[in-house]
Ligand binder design. Structure first.
Ligand SMILES: O=c1ccn([C@@H]2O[C@H](COP(=O)(O)OP(=O)(O)O[C@H]3O[C@H](CO)[C@@H](O)[C@H](O)[C@H]3O)[C@@H](O)[C@H]2O)c(=O)[nH]1
Ligand SMILES: [Mn+2]
Length: 511
C-alpha cells in the first residue's frame, strides 16, 4: 500500500513498495543463485552443453538483477498546484517550444492543435510565450498559425469560462455528442466554437492543398517568396504579442524558420531546439522551457502548474534538473499491439527509476531549466560546479562570446539566465527581430559551444539521449511527472511500419 514518506509540500514522494513483489523477487533471486551453484558444482561431470547453459543462466541472472534493482524502490510524485500561491509570490515565466519539420508529414492542423492547447493552459498568459520552429519553412504553417491565433482569441476564454479539459479543439470536437451542460448560453457558445473550428480547419486544409490563391510576393508572406526549403534565410515573425503581459490575453506566439543552406549541417531537431533557445533567450528569456513535438497536445490544462510544484518545491535545484512527462498516446489500438504506450517502461521501470535518480530525458514533454540547458550546474553546488562545466555565472565577456557566440544581446540575456535574474527591461518583440535573425543564422554556432557544452547536443540523429546524459552528469536528480500521467498525449501508430500515416489520418479528420 502507498504511504507518504516526506512531509506535505508542493509535492509528496509516495513510496509504491509492495512487500509481496519483494518476497517474490528475493525467492527468484535465491533460486537463480542455487541454479548457478548447482551448475558450478557439477561442471566437471558434464559436457559443453552444461557450459553453454551456465553462460546463458549467468547472463540472465545478471540482467535480471539489474532490472530488479532498478524497480526495487518504486516511487511516485503527487503534486499540489493549489498550494503554489501559498508557497511562492509569483509564478515564473515559461517558454514553450513546438517543433515541426514537414507540412506534408506533419499536417499544419496538427501543429495548430498543439499550439492552441499550449496557448490555453491554466497559467498567467503574461508569463508564457510559445515559439514554433518550422524546419519546413512553409508559408502554410505560418498562415495556419496566424489563423489559429485568431481562433485562439475566442477558444481560450471559452475553455477558461467553462473549465473545458480537452483544450486541443480537434479532441474536444471529435465526439458527435454535445457535452452535458444544459445552459442555453453554453449550447450557443459551443455551437459557435464548433463552427469557428470547422472554418479554421477548412481554411488550413485548403491552404495545404494549395487551393487558395497565395500572394507570396507582397505583404506578410513576402518572406516566403522565391525560397527553397533547404536554402533560405532566417524568417522570424511575431504572430501575436501580449504587449502588456496581461494574464487574460493570449501568450506571445512567435514563428521561427531558422536559416538553412545546402552546405551547412542543420542537426535535425537538436539544431532547431538550439535556435529556439537562443531566439527565446533574446525575446523572453524565461527560466523554464517546455518542448512539445507538433504531434502532441496538452491534455491537462494544469500541466505547467504541476511541473512547477516539482521544479520549485525541491529543497534545492539539484534535485530536479528537469521534469519529464511520460509519453502517452491517444486512440491506440486495443491491447496496444505496437507497444506505443510503453506500459512496462512507465508503470514498472519508470516508477523504479523515479526512486533512484529519476527519468531519462525523453525529448517531447520535458520541462527544462534554461540555465541547465546553457550548460550550467545549479548554483548551490558552488565551486564544485566549475570543475564540472565551463559555464557558470561569473564568466568574463571574452569567455561568454566564445561559449554563446557573437551576439551581445544573447550574451546579456544568457548572463541574466545563469545568474537567475529576471529579464530587466522587456522590449517590444518585433524590435528584437534583427538580433533574433542573427542567432537563427546557420553560421552562428561556428566556433562556439552550442551543440557541445551548451544547448541540445549534436552528433546523434536523436537529440534527447546525448543531451540527457550530459545533464545527468551535472545535476543530481530528476523528476517524472506521473501524478498527471496523461497530461500530454501524442499521435501513435495504428498500423504497419510507417509511423507517418496515422499522423496524416488524425490531421485530416476535421478538415
Ligand atoms: O530536422 C528536424 C527533424 C525533426 N524535427 C522535429 O522533431 C520532433 C520529433 O521528431 P520525430 O521524427 O517525430 O521523432 P519521434 O521518434 O516521433 O520523437 C521521439 O524521439 C525524438 C528523438 O529521440 C525526440 O526528440 C522526440 O521528442 C520524441 O517524441 C518533431 O516535432 C519534428 O517536427 C525538427 O524540428 N527538425
Ligand atoms: Mn513524433
Amino acid at each position: 500500500m502507498a504511504k507518504a514518506i516526506s512531509p506535505p509540500n508542493l509535492y509528496d514522494k509516495v513510496s509504491l513498495q509492495n512487500p509481496l513483489h519483494r518476497a517474490f523477487d528475493v525467492t527468484i533471486f535465491v533460486l537463480l543463485i542455487s541454479l548457478l551453484v548447482y551448475r558450478l558444482l557439477h561442471f566437471s561431470s558434464n559436457g559443453f552443453a552444461w557450459l553453454l547453459a551456465l553462460l546463458c543462466e549467468s547472463c540472465f541472472t545478471f540482467t535480471w538483477v539489474l532490472t530488479v534493482s532498478t524497480k526495487w524502490n518504486p516511487v511516485e510524485y503527487r503534486t499540489y498546484p493549489e498550494r503554489l500561491s501559498q508557497k511562492i509570490q509569483e509564478l515564473p515565466p515559461v517558454d514553450m517550444f513546438v517543433t515541426t519539420a514537414d507540412p506534408e508529414l506533419e499536417p499544419p492542423i496538427l501543429t495548430v492543435n498543439t499550439v492552441i492547447s499550449l496557448l490555453a493552459v491554466d497559467y498567467p498568459a503574461g508569463k508564457l510565450a510559445c515559439y514554433v520552429s518550422d524546419d519546413g519553412c512553409s508559408p502554410v504553417t505560418y498562415y495556419s498559425l496566424v489563423e489559429a491565433s485568431k481562433f485562439a482569441r475566442l477558444w481560450v476564454p471559452f475553455c477558461k469560462k467553462h473549465d473545458i479539459q480537452d483544450r486541443a479543439p480537434f479532441r474536444y470536437f471529435c465526439s458527435e455528442e454535445v457535452p452535458l451542460n444544459n445552459s442555453l448560453e453554453f449550447q450557443q457558445e459551443y455551437n459557435k466554437m464548433k463552427d469557428e473550428y470547422e472554418e479554421l480547419a477548412t481554411k488550413i486544409n485548403d491552404a495545404n492543398k494549395k487551393s487558395i490563391d497565395w500572394n507570396l510576393s507582397s505583404g506578410d508572406f513576402a518572406a516566403f517568396s522565391n525560397i527553397e526549403r533547404k536554402n533560405h534565410p532566417a524568417i522570424i515573425k511575431v504572430v501575436w504579442e501580449n504587449k502588456g503581459g496581461i494574464s487574460d490575453e493570449l501568450p506571445h506566439l512567435i514563428y521561427i524558420s531558422r536559416e538553412k543552406r545546402p552546405k551547412h549541417p542543420h542537426h535535425y531537431k537538436a539544431g532547431a531546439m538550439n535556435v529556439l533557445t537562443r531566439v527565446s533567450g533574446l525575446m523572453t528569456n524565461a527560466p523554464f522551457i517546455l518542448n512539445l513535438d507538433c504531434d502532441m497536445f496538452v491534455n491537462n490544462p494544469n500541466i505547467v502548474r504541476h511541473a512547477m510544484c516539482l521544479l520549485l518545491g525541491s529543497r534545492n535545484e539539484r534535485e530536479s534538473g528537469f521534469v519529464q512527462c511520460p509519453q502517452y498516446f491517444y486512440d491506440g489500438l486495443k491491447h496496444d499491439p505496437f507497444g506505443n504506450q510503453f506500459e512496462v517502461l512507465h508503470k514498472y521501470l519508470g516508477n523504479g527509476i523515479g526512486g533512484i535518480q529519476g527519468p531519462f530525458y525523453g525529448g517531447t514533454g520535458c520541462f527544462h531549466r534554461r540555465k541547465v540547458i546553457y550548460g550550467a550546474c545549479p548554483h548551490d553546488i558552488g565551486i564544485q560546479a566549475k570543475s564540472l562545466t565551463p559555464v557558470h555565472g561569473d564568466l568574463t565577456e571574452k569567455e561568454q562570446l566564445k561559449i554563446f557566440g557573437n551576439s551581445k544581446e544573447l550574451i546579456r540575456s544568457a548572463a541574466h539566465a545563469l545568474q537567475g535574474k529576471a529579464n530587466t527591461s522587456p522590449r517590444l518583440l518585433p524590435n528584437l527581430n534583427e538580433a533574433a535573425k542573427q542567432v537563427a543564422g546557420c553560421g552562428y554556432e561556428y566556433g562556439t559551444s552550442w551543440g557541445k557544452e551548451v544547448g541540445w547536443q549534436y552528433g546523434s540523429a536523436t537529440e534527447d539521449i546525448l543531451t540527457g546524459l550530459l545533464i545527468h552528469a551535472r545535476v543530481l536528480a530528476f523528476r517524472s511527472l506521473h501524478a498527471t500521467s496523461s497530461s500530454l498525449l501524442g499521435v501513435c501508430s495504428t498500423g504497419g511500419t510507417n509511423r507517418d500515416d496515422p499522423t496524416k489520418e488524425v490531421g485530416n479528420r476535421f478538415a
